[in-house]
Design a protein. Structure first.
Length: 107
């Protein structure tokens, strides 16, 4: 999932809150982290929602605003590895607000 990083002139609270992603953490990490990764968009919209209501609130967000809620099915350990090994450059794309991670250039 391609998530931009906005400059201070382009950033707004709404843009920032919606530039996160829900992803599967698996049962053990969901238990240990109270589902924060699997309900991450909801957490950024309203961090005061307690973890035990986050699953319900996330389902409401996904059902009512499906185009705004980002989801990446890549498990967290694979996503972290991908980011650590492939994403090193941040650049701005023409005509689009924000900066985007680019893959490491090939040698």
């Amino acid at each position: 999932t391609d998530i931009p990083h906005f400059s201070t002139t382009d950033w707004t609270w709404a843009k920032g809150a919606l530039q996160t992603v829900d992803r599967p953490y698996g049962p053990l990490l969901n238990l240990l982290h109270h589902g924060i990764g699997s309900t991450h968009v909801c957490h950024h919209i309203n961090p005061r929602i307690p973890h035990y209501n986050a699953w319900y609130a996330s389902a409401l967000l996904k059902n009512n605003f499906p185009d705004l809620v980002r989801y990446d099915s890549t498990p967290i350990h694979k996503a972290l590895w991908r980011i650590a090994t492939r994403c090193t450059v941040v650049s701005q794309r023409g005509g689009i607000d924000g900066y985007f991670y680019q893959p490491k250039p090939s040698i």
